[in-house]
Design a protein around this ligand. Structure first.
Ligand code: ADP
Ligand code: ZN
Ligand code: MG
Length: 476
């Protein structure tokens, strides 16, 4: 009997609002510990929360982008638990009535797409951070993060493999970046995921799920799910039963291990948050947010295909981030003659070199206009495509512009017939045997002569002209 894998994901997305969810403290990452706190986020008695409208707008925008229902009235609840990084003793969240429900995301699947349901998005506030490392065995607590607004995005159990789960996560990650609702830096914990995993035989009810907690790398999430699927199948086949529990992924060992049995809603003694009234937004406000929605990755990809004639692959590569897509559009505007050449040089040449230097596109020492002028010099035959790659290297090293580098290095393509003829003569004299063979009918040697002339010119001869002149001079 075959096994089917069932996965549902809960993703915590830290919103990039200027201030925290319920107070005016800054959310800036990396400040001195405990310098961005106030009586509200420290949980002092008698302090009242005030909801941050920016967080509401970002949650609504995300909801609209996943085609969901926006609840014009939603409610806040208290989820009570004790933990040292949670000074209030409870988290403010939304249980029965979240701000967003019933959405979906389409992911690429085979030749088409697969629609994955999103159950809900609710708003909540983050906890602080416990720090244990490098502190002489003493644990410290940093409450700068306490009260930073989160969206929890809960999917339906619609994924059937680790690969589908990763495709969904990557798409969601790209989406929140495009919407600019989160900086979504996974290493900084701004986009983290719990994966619920079960196995069953198709046609039978779903199996019991294990919840793999708090992972923040695509690679680890995939490893954790794959390991967990294997563990559950083996367990069941050996006559055991999967326990409803939370598990932790140990990336060093590549395995998951039990953390605690799964808590239930009533363990948290949820109750309506008495300090916040129901959250009401008007349809007009929702419409205004909708009107300000930026172009989404899928739309942008399609536009790149039609407007610039790019392949699906190139369009996909160049729309991975908003910054990269904007960079490409500046380049294509500055070198309008050949958008395809722009795509190749950006995706293959420039990005490759920047990646090696661990440099992002926004920090590129070569600007779109500067790369465009390099492409202009290829187009007008000043330099060959091959030499242009060396010029690009030098531009990246020195920050000099195209024409300066070509001038400084004496790289101008040789398109003077007299000079090329002289080089050809030199090659013919140096290779009398090949010349005799060619004239005796060995046509294939033509390429050999082209190669030799290019070599003599150190790559600078105009290849079209070399071909043309060789055809004449080899015959005479
Ligand atoms: P909790 O916070 O208790 O984990 P949620 O409702 O927030 O509960 O999240 C449950 C998650 O588990 C959802 O993403 C849901 O799709 C997923 N899920 C539910 N049942 C299964 C199952 N049998 N196998 C895998 N995932 C499941
Ligand atoms: Zn505060
Ligand atoms: Mg869960």
């Amino acid at each position: 009997m075959s096994w089917e894998v069932v996965i549902g994901l809960e993703v915590h997305v830290q919103m990039n609002t200027a201030t925290k969810a319920f107070c005016g403290c800054s959310t800036e990452f990396g400040a001195e510990p405990n310098t961005q706190t106030c009586p509200v986020c420290l949980g002092m008695p008698g302090q009242l929360p005030i909801l941050n409208i920016e967080a509401v707008q970002k949650a609504v925008l995300t909801g609209l982008a996943i085609h969901a229902t926006i609840n014009l009235e939603s409610k806040f609840d208290r989820k009570n638990y004790f933990y040292p990084d949670l000074p209030k003793g409870y988290q403010i969240t939304q249980l029965p009535v979240p701000i967003v429900e019933h959405g979906y995301l389409d992911i690429p699947s085979g030749d088409g797409e697969k629609r994955l349901g999103i159950t809900r998005i609710h708003m909540e506030d983050d906890a602080g951070k416990s720090m244990h490392e490098g502190l002489d065995g003493i644990s410290h607590i940093d409450l700068n993060r306490a009260g930073v607004p989160l969206m929890e995005i809960v999917s339906e159990p619609d994924m059937r493999s680790a690969d589908e789960a990763i495709a969904y996560l990557k798409q969601l990650h790209q989406l929140v970046l495009f919407l600019d609702v989160s900086d979504a830096n996974m290493e900084k914990g701004q986009f983290r995921c719990d994966a619920n995993v079960s196995v069953h035989h198709p046609g039978t009810p779903f199996g019991t799920r294990a919840e793999l907690k708090n992972m923040n790398s695509f690679r680890f999430i995939k490893q954790a799910i794959d390991y967990e699927v294997g563990r559950q199948i083996e367990l069941i086949e050996d006559g055991g039963k999967v326990a409803l529990e939370s598990r932790l992924f140990d990336s060093a060992k590549g395995e998951t291990r039990s953390m605690r049995s799964k808590e239930e809603a009533n363990d948290y003694r949820y109750f309506p948050e008495p300090d916040l009234p129901p959250l009401r937004i008007s349809q007009e406000e929702v419409n205004a947010i909708k009107a300000g929605m930026p172009e989404l990755p899928g739309q942008l990809r399609k536009r790149f295909e039609t407007e610039y004639g790019l392949s699906v692959y190139d369009a996909d590569v160049l729309t991975q981030t908003r910054e990269l897509a904007a960079w490409y559009e500046s380049l294509a505007a500055a070198h309008p003659a050949d958008p395809k050449r722009c795509a190749n040089w950006l995706a293959n040449e420039l990005l490759g070199r920047l990646n090696e230097a661990d440099c992002g596109i926004t920090d590129s020492p070569v600007s779109p206009e500067s790369l465009a002028s390099l492409l202009d010099r290829i187009a007008d035959n000043t330099i060959s495509g091959k030499i242009a790659k060396d010029v690009l290297d030098t531009m990246l090293e020195t920050g000099h512009d195209t024409d300066t580098v070509i001038e400084e290095k004496g790289l101008k393509q040789v398109s003077d017939t007299g000079v090329i003829d002289a080089m050809i003569q030199q090659v013919l004299e140096a290779n009398p045997d090949q010349l005799a063979a060619f004239r005796g009918g060995k046509d294939k040697l033509f390429g050999f002569f082209v190669g030799q002339v290019m070599k003599v010119s150190r790559g600078k001869a105009n290849p079209g002209l070399v071909n043309q002149r060789l055809k004449v001079l080899l015959k005479s």
